[in-house]
Design a protein around this ligand. Structure first.
Ligand code: MN
Length: 170
């Protein structure tokens, strides 16, 4: 799909696929439920990559401290380039000399439910996401709130990752 190619331009421009085992693309088999993944990435600085499926790619944030375990915490999440769907299954070592060199380990994965009454794409534009994770470990309702939007593509978008008090059973 041309749209995916365009969305993955930045991802592909940062990587040499002769040299890194990371996936170049991919298609989803089960189209019913959107997926999420949390990957521990032991790169120059240890961080956790949080990814949500949207329109054929994985929206991505680098979260230095990982997901908040408590509703009183707000964790910084820096938006990074969209990743291919197949990245949700990626674990391994990105060799030295490559972008993001280091070890990638899946911490949790599963599906998620968008709890806003608008599509995820619109919430992304608005800078406010609300979703429930259906992982093995993570099952709570989280919010991602953009607090710095520079509008310039070259500058980082900073978001806050919040564990809400919303009861997932309700
Ligand atoms: Mn990373």
């Amino acid at each position: 799909m041309a749209q995916d190619d365009n969305k993955l331009k930045k991802y592909k421009s940062k990587r040499d696929f002769q040299s890194t085992p990371e996936p170049q693309g991919g298609r989803k088999k089960d189209k019913n439920k959107p997926i999420f993944v949390i990957q521990k990435h032991d790169a120059t600085a240890l961080h956790y990559d949080f990814r949500l499926e949207n329109q054929g790619v994985l929206l991505s944030w680098a979260v230095p401290k990982g997901l908040p375990e408590d509703t009183s915490e707000k964790h910084l999440a820096i938006r990074t380039e969209d990743h291919p769907i197949d990245y949700a299954k990626f674990e391994g070592v990105i060799p030295e000399g490559n972008y993001g060199a280091g070890t990638v380990e899946i911490i949790d994965s599963g599906t998620f439910t968008n709890l806003k009454d608008k599509p995820l794409e619109k919430n992304l534009e608005d800078g406010e996401l609300l979703f429930q994770l259906h992982g093995h470990k993570y099952k709570s309702v989280y919010a991602l709130i953009r607090f710095k939007n520079t509008q310039k593509r070259s500058k980082q978008e900073e978001w806050l990752f919040i564990k809400t008090k919303i009861d997932p059973e309700a």
